[in-house]
Design a protein around this ligand. Structure first.
Ligand code: FAD
Length: 622
């Protein structure tokens, strides 16, 4: 059946697997995407939404690099919001509510239209390894399929165990089988594994809800979109709604606590702290008698509704009774109860920056298997693993993003340097250079790099270069053009900003906190410039940020450059730390196991102190 050897086999077609297959194939690798169920390619296991704080930046970065998640989200969105718009642009985060079924369908269409991708539906039960090198996979039917590299993206499926109240059963997601065999084999090769837990809320019938008792949550009036390519922004949107739990709802939920797998010891592993179940929230924040619930439609043409904020593994009768006491849910009908799932993951300190495993050559891990949670985190790892699998078998340099270049760089570096003991999700606070890593400039940061390795298309590059050229020239216009006090003072007066007495450069007044592009547009030379050059929304936004945040951006660039010097002090591959007696015991053990590639990476390992770094620097003659 499979007489040829593939370049890359991707196991699993969730967000990580789909991006990995697309990237490897678009770079020219003969790729096989093998998954347990071809109907669930790009399935959103939990909430029907992409993006959000820090995650929206990641989707923009995936898009800038030539991945598909941004395009698919634009094609299947039902609502769009730019979060944190009242804060500085480093915090602006795009988020889209998606049509769950269309999202998965668009992924399938996109992959079927990607040359070089073959598909096969089966469970991979083992890996074919010769010496320390991967040479293919084995399926549960006993097929052996050869390849030069393998990317594992098994998500929540490895020995998955689903919990609802006292009931427990094997599964990778509700209604889907768990994956067995791979964990056990990897352990036999010397890998470490752990268990994590996540949960999901019930889905309900929208026809049974009373929306008049809830608060509407509409999308943005002028919705933006994710992709830097020519996808369409929404012209109509669906509203979400907000409701609240109450003291009565909490009391009803408490009635099921003795049957809760969270509290009676059945669930032993750690879940995402920042995305707790409703029973966890009631327990941890006992003084609060109300929590927000977001009522999110699952698509354009379905009545199914996702109850965001009500994730639970309590018995289904308790879930039902409690939800019926929430305002607007008095007559609710269930589509599916909420549940929790425990699954195996592999501590990511066992990986290199390319996401290749340290133990087996040409074997890559991406997504939830690395202890992360979230579609965006998974998709970005898939993209990076797909790219690097292709580059390695073609003997090309690896593609690694630094912490000052992308959130994806922060994500991968955090995972492989620090590891994670609870499901890792991205936050803006994890990035030291968030003024540089904005959602508006991911194309400027990353598209040229991706074009260079052959992934981002010429069209992407041309669009990005035009945006860069136009915004640079417009910034220059503000630097060079002067205003007349009589023109600007009426605007400043309205804003309670001190008036000016003499003409000055526009850049200076535009830099003031309250002055925006909309105000500047009231000046004739500015509006003329925009019209003559036919500048679009993206260029106006980029110019405004470049002018208003010029000082912060320059300062962060400077800090990043300083750190780059430490990044440039490389540590040889098999450096013998045992000969450095002045290193602390903990530092020596951590350095031996993580094998940092640079002094800078070594300094980020927990347990490696500044004095350990000095020892290394002295040894290296610095
Ligand atoms: P998945 O999307 O899980 O995809 C794995 C893929 O691998 C599937 O296609 C599966 O069929 C395939 N596969 C697995 N094993 C094999 C095998 N041996 N052979 C062939 N194919 C295989 N994220 C959040 O951010 N917030 C949440 O609140 C949240 N809650 C969740 C609740 C539940 C119940 C679940 C299941 C997930 C939740 N997630 C949540 C996580 C989110 O779904 C994942 O982070 C994301 O889907 C991970 O993507 P992935 O590609 O790594 O894996």
């Amino acid at each position: 059946m499979f007489d040829k050897e593939y370049d890359v086999i991707v196991v699993g077609a969730g967000h990580a697997g789909a991006e990995a297959a697309a990237a490897a194939a678009n770079l020219g690798s003969k790729t096989l995407l093998i998954t347990m169920n071809l109907q669930t390619i790009g399935q959103m296991s939990c909430n029907p939404a992409m993006g959000g704080i820090a995650k929206g930046q990641i989707v923009r970065e995936i898009d800038a690099l030539g991945g598909y998640s941004g395009i698919i989200t634009d094609k299947s969105a039902i609502q769009f919001k730019m979060l944190n718009k009242s804060k500085g642009p480093a915090m602006w985060s795009p988020r889209a509510q998606s049509d769950r079924m269309r999202f998965a369908e668009e992924w399938r269409i996109a992959l079927e239209n990607t040359p070089n991708v073959d598909f096969y539906q089966e469970m991979v039960s083992g890996l074919l390894v010769e010496g320390t090198k991967i040479v293919g996979v084995k399926t549960s039917l006993g097929l052996e399929i050869k390849s030069k590299s393998v990317v594992l993206t098994n998500g929540t499926f490895l020995n998955g165990l689903i919990h609802i109240g006292n009931k427990q059963f094997g599964g990778g997601r509700a209604g889907e089988k768990a994956s067995t065999g791979i964990t056990e084999q990897l352990l036999s090769f010397g890998f470490d594994s752990g268990r994590m837990k996540t949960g999901t809320p019930p889905r309900v019938d929208g026809r049974s809800l009373d929306y008049s008792a809830m608060i509407p949550q509409p999308g943005d009036i002028n919705p933006d979109k994710f992709s830097y390519l020519d996808t369409k922004a929404l012209t109509t949107q669906r509203d979400c709604h907000m409701s609240h739990t109450s003291a009565l709802v909490h009391d009803l939920l408490r009635e099921g606590f003795d049957r809760s797998p969270m509290f009676n010891g059945r669930i032993k592993s750690l879940g995402p702290r920042y995305c707790p179940s409703i029973e966890d929230k009631i327990n941890r924040f006992a003084d609060k008698d109300s929590h927000q619930l977001f009522v999110e439609p699952e698509g354009w043409n379905t009545v199914e509704v996702y109850v965001n904020g009500f994730s639970t593994s309590l018995p289904e009768d308790i879930q039902f009774k409690a939800l019926r006491s929430v305002k607007g849910f008095e007559k609710v009908k269930f589509f599916r109860p909420g549940y929790a799932i425990e699954y195996d993951y592999f501590p990511p300190t066992q990986l290199k920056h390319t996401l290749e495993t340290k133990l087996i050559d040409n074997l890559y891990f991406a997504g939830q298997i690395n202890g992360t949670t979230g579609y965006e985190e998974a998709a970005s790892q898939g993209l990076m693993a797909g790219i690097n699998a292709h580059l390695k078998i073609n003997e090309k340099d690896p593609f690694i993003l630094q912490r000052d270049e992308a959130y994806i760089g922060v994500l991968v570096d955090d995972l492989i340097t620090k590891g994670t003991e609870e499901p890792y999700r991205m936050f803006t606070s994890r990035a030291e250079y968030r003024t540089l890593l904005r959602q508006d400039n991911a194309d400027l940061r990353l598209t040229p790099m991706s074009y260079k390795i052959g992934l981002a298309s010429k069209e992407r590059l041309v669009r990005m270069e035009q945006k860069e050229r136009e915004s640079d020239s417009f910034v220059q216009f503000f630097r060079e053009t002067s205003f007349v006090p009589d023109d600007i003072n009426p605007i400043l007066d309205q804003l309670d900003s001190s008036l000016v007495k003499q003409p000055d450069k526009m850049f200076k007044v535009f830099s003031r906190p309250k002055v925006t592009m909309d105000h500047m547009k009231e000046l004739e030379p500015v509006s003329n410039y925009i019209n003559e050059n036919k500048l679009g929304r993206e260029v106006l936004e980029q110019t405004e940020i470049q002018v208003k945040y010029a000082g912060y951006i320059a300062k962060e660039k400077n800090n990043a450059d300083k750190l780059q010097r430490l990044e440039n002090i490389k540590i040889p591959d098999n450096f013998d730390y045992s000969k450095l007696k002045s290193l602390s015991f903990e530092a020596r053990e951590k350095l031996k196991s993580i094998k940092p590639v640079s002094i800078s990476q070594a300094s980020r390992i927990s347990g490696v102190s500044p004095s350990d770094i000095s020892v290394l620097l002295v040894y290296m003659g610095r």
